[in-house]
Write a protein that binds this ligand. Structure first.
Ligand code: UD1
Length: 363
C-alpha cells in the first residue's frame, strides 16, 4: 500500500480535495492500493472558513491538523514548513499532493521535496502574471519544484511547457472544483436570510471582495463600494464578508444602503446565491469558474486572471480595480447584452477519478 499526503489549508482548497478523496475512497473499497493521510494546515481555522466545508462536502476529519492559524505571509509559510517537516520526519508518505495556490500549497511542496517526498500539484500551471499577488508567487514556486501536474486548461499546459516541464509530467484532467459543484448542484440551498431579505431570483447581485488590492485601503474600498452601490440600480447586493475584508469594512465611510452584509457563507448556500443571482461581482478566481459553469454573468475586479478560459469561453469579464469602470459594465448587463458562455473542456465532474487513475499509475 502506498500513501499520499493530501494538503488542505484555506477555504478554496476544500472543494478541490473533496472529489479526490471521494475517488480514492471508491478505489480503496474496490481493493485499490492507494491510501491517504489528510493534513489540514490550519491556515483557515474558523468554522465559517473551514469546518462548514468539511461537513457539507462530506470530507473526512483531517488525520493531522498543523494548527498554524493567522500570521504574515512569511510567518504562515514558515510555521507550516516547520510543522509539516516534523510530521514527515516522524512518518514519511510516498507522495505529497497539493492543490491551488495558497500559502499552505507552496509551504508543503517545499517541505516535502526537501524531505525527498515527490510532489503533485493539482491546478498546476495557471498564471496571472501579477507578481504582487502572493498566490502568483505560490504558483510559480510550487510549479518549479513539482514532479507532476494536474491541469485545468490548455493555457496551463502551455505555461508549464514554456518553463521546460516535460509532456509526461503534465496530466490535463479538468477541474476538481467543478466536480464538487456538479456533484452538489441539486443540494444547493437558500440561506436562512433569503426570505427575510426578500431576495428574488435574478433580482440581486452577489459580491465577494478580499484581495489586498481592493480591500486593504479603506478609501479605495469605500469608492469601490459606492460605485457598485450606485450602478446596481437599487437591487440588493448580497455581500458575504471575508474576515480580511471585515477589518477594513470597519473603517469604511458609508456602506451603500442596498448592500446586505452577511457572514462568509457555507458552500451550499453560497453557490445557491450565485446560481440565482443576476450577476456576481468578485475578485476571487474560483468563483469565476463556478459562475462560468452555472452560466451566471461574472464581473471580476482585477487587472489580470490566471483563468483566461473563464473570459475567453465563459461568462467572466475583467474590468480592473478602478471604481470608474463599474457603471459601464453594469449598464451593459442591465441592457441584456451579456455573453452566454460555454463550459471549458473536461470541466465535466470526473476530474477526481482521472487524478486517482494517474496517481495509481505513478505510484
Ligand atoms: C487566503 C489565500 C487566498 C484565498 C483566500 C480565500 C493565501 C496567500 N491566500 O487569503 O488565495 O483566496 O484565502 O479565503 O494563502 N482569518 C480569520 N479566520 C480564518 C482565516 C483567516 O479570521 O479562518 C483572518 C486572518 O486572521 C487574516 C485574514 O483573515 O487576518 C486573512 O487570512 P489569510 O489566510 O492570511 O489570507 P486570505 O486573505 O484569507
Amino acid at each position: 500500500m502506498k500513501r499520499i499526503d493530501i494538503i488542505a489549508g484555506a477555504r478554496p482548497n476544500f472543494m478541490k480535495i473533496a472529489p479526490i478523496i471521494k475517488a480514492l475512497e471508491v478505489r480503496k473499497a474496490q481493493g485499490g492500493e492507494l491510501d491517504y493521510r489528510l493534513i489540514h494546515t490550519g491556515q483557515h481555522y474558523d468554522p465559517r472558513m473551514s469546518g462548514n466545508f468539511f461537513s457539507q462536502l462530506g470530507i473526512p476529519l483531517p488525520h493531522i491538523n498543523l494548527e498554524i492559524g493567522s500570521g504574515s505571509q512569511a510567518e504562515q509559510t514558515a510555521a507550516i514548513m516547520v510543522r509539516y517537516e516534523q510530521v514527515l520526519l516522524e512518518q514519511r508518505s510516498d507522495l505529497c499532493l497539493v492543490v491551488g495556490d495558497v500559502n499552505s500549497t507552496m509551504a508543503c511542496a517545499i517541505t516535502a521535496q526537501k524531505c525527498g517526498v515527490p510532489v503533485a500539484h493539482v491546478e498546476g500551471g495557471i498564471r496571472s502574471g501579477d507578481w504582487s499577488m502572493p498566490e502568483e508567487i505560490n504558483r510559480m514556486v510550487t510549479d518549479s519544484i513539482s514532479n507532476w501536474f494536474f491541469t485545468t486548461s490548455a493555457s496551463a499546459n502551455k505555461a508549464l511547457r514554456s518553463t521546460g516541464v516535460r509532456e509526461g509530467q503534465i496530466h490535463f484532467v479538468g477541474n476538481t472544483m467543478i466536480d464538487t459543484l456538479l456533484a452538489n448542484m441539486d443540494r444547493l440551498k437558500a440561506p436562512d436570510f433569503w426570505a427575510d431579505q426578500r431576495l428574488v431570483a435574478g433580482q440581486y447581485f452577489v459580491a465577494t471582495l478580499h484581495r489586498p488590492s481592493n480591500v486593504d485601503d479603506a478609501s479605495g474600498f469605500t469608492r469601490l463600494l459606492a460605485a457598485i452601490g450606485e450602478a446596481s440600480r437599487g437591487l440588493p447586493v448580497v455581500f458575504p464578508v471575508h474576515p480580511r475584508t471585515a477589518k477594513t469594512l470597519r473603517e469604511v465611510d458609508g456602506i451603500p444602503s442596498n448592500f446586505r452584509l452577511v457572514d462568509p457563507q457555507p458552500y451550499l448556500e453560497f453557490n445557491f446565491l450565485v446560481r440565482h443571482s443576476k450577476a456576481v461581482i468578485t475578485d476571487s478566481g474560483g468563483i469565476t469558474e463556478e459562475a462560468t459553469v452555472m452560466g451566471v454573468p461574472c464581473i471580476t475586479l482585477r487587472d489580470s486572471t490566471e483563468r483566461p478560459e473563464t473570459v475567453e469561453q465563459g461568462t467572466n469579464e475583467l474590468i480592473g480595480t478602478n471604481p470608474d469602470n463599474v457603471k459601464g459594465v453594469l449598464d451593459k448587463l442591465f441592457s441584456g447584452l451579456w455573453k452566454k458562455g460555454a463550459i471549458p473542456e473536461l470541466w465535466d465532474g470526473h476530474t477526481g477519478e482521472r487524478i486517482v487513475e494517474v496517481l495509481e499509475r505513478i505510484l
